[in-house]
Ligand binder design. Structure first.
Ligand SMILES: Cc1ncc(COP(=O)(O)O)c(C=O)c1O
Length: 353
């Protein structure tokens, strides 16, 4: 048993923390930001943050919705559009929350399975379209990259799907965007062609502001009901907005973090390639999904618990032989790999380099 504080690599948080500018913001917050409502609404906009995002993304400010993270936006969208008995189509292997919110409103969740390819999971678009035609869902949820499988939805397939799903609302959850280099900005183009699309983004993951609870949606022009539902006359959390702005002002910091995370993702992949019976799936996110020989899962869980390291073990469903590791700081990752190396060395036939 070790006595260092627990290392949390189980919830896909960004362990590097936010950019130094965010801490400067916190030091500078005074009475005005704490005690007064924002006056931005009187200027005909939601806030400085939505104004800034509008300029950066080339999307009209009134199509940008702010909220307390994408969790909040998923809840608002489903509560706004799904009634009892209506269907929500979402990935079989995905964040449990999608189904939970659909249940809250009496909706019925239908799932489509992600398939296992050579290196990663993938979306089977033909099967999704077939299911869509049969089920006529009110909302289709797609996560790119998906949690826990880590695969992205290819942009060409997205064009095909949004055509096919024209009669429904498509929610594209991009919470884990930004952990692969040089990804093109597709939001403006997609929204101009698909009026029922809702793209969700957050400051929780890449920007390391999960505790500030701030995210935003880019909202297709036909989603007026949600747009009205989500708007707040008295404004939003002004401190979180300032933190988000400071994060947007720090692109070099986040590019450097993303590349450190990418490097460590590769190191883990190499590590598991040397574990007989393990399979590590390619991921575009700040986490990796790994299948292990079933008999190893419980002892590994015990070993890591004793070492005060938390990673994700799945209690039920198809992932009980899997682990999901959030990529932490370089130091945390080295520590976890060393801890696992010791564990695997102690198991006959499980020799790693
Ligand atoms: C796929 C996915 N979307 C959204 C979220 C929540 O993000 P936020 O902090 O913006 O609510 C999570 C949280 O882990 C997630 O896994």
């Amino acid at each position: 048993m070790t006595d260092h504080p627990p290392i949390f690599l189980d919830r896909n948080e960004n362990q590097y923390g936010p950019a130094p500018r965010c801490f400067d913001v916190l030091k500078s917050i005074g009475t005005e930001k704490l005690s007064m409502y924002s006056r931005d609404y009187a200027r005909g906009i939601k806030s400085r943050l939505s104004e800034r995002l509008s300029t950066e993304l080339g999307i009209p400010e009134n199509q940008i919705l702010l909220a307390e993270g994408s969790e909040d936006l998923i809840k608002q969208a489903i509560h706004c559009y799904v009634g009892p008995g209506e269907r929500v189509l979402c990935p079989e292997q995905s964040w449990w929350y999608y189904r939970s919110v659909a249940t809250e409103v009496g909706g019925i969740t239908t799932t489509y399975a992600l398939k296992q390819g050579n290196e990663s999971y993938y979306y089977d678009v033909d099967e999704m379209i077939e299911l869509y035609d049969r089920e006529s869902p009110r909302i289709v949820l797609i996560a790119s990259p998906n949690n826990p499988t880590g695969n992205s939805f290819p942009i060409d397939d997205l064009n095909r799907l949004t055509e096919a799903f024209r009669e429904s609302i498509v929610i594209l959850d991009e919470a884990y965007r930004g952990f692969v280099p040089d990804i093109a900005e597709h939001a403006g183009e997609l929204l101009s062609r698909y009026r029922n699309l809702l793209i969700l983004r957050t400051f929780s993951k890449l920007y390391a502001l999960a505790g500030a609870r701030i995210g935003f949606a880019l909202c297709g022009p036909s989603l007026n009901r949600l747009n009205t539902f989500a708007s707040r006359f008295l404004g939003y959390n002004r401190i979180s907005e300032e933190l988000a702005l400071a994060a947007l002002d720090s692109p070099e910091y986040y590019t450097s973090i993303a590349s450190k995370i990418t490097e460590d993702r590769d190191r883990y992949t190499e590590f598991f390639a040397n574990i007989p019976g393990a399979r590590c799936y390619r991921s575009d996110a700040n986490f990796l999904l790994i299948r292990l020989p079933p008999e190893i899962v419980k002892p590994l869980k015990q070993h890591l618990a004793a070492e005060q390291i938390r990673i994700k073990f799945f209690e039920e469903g198809e992932f009980t032989d899997f682990i999901r590791i959030t990529i932490g700081t370089a130091e945390q990752n080295t520590h976890l790999r060393e801890t696992m190396r010791t564990f695997f060395h102690a198991i006959p036939g499980q020799i790693t380099r």
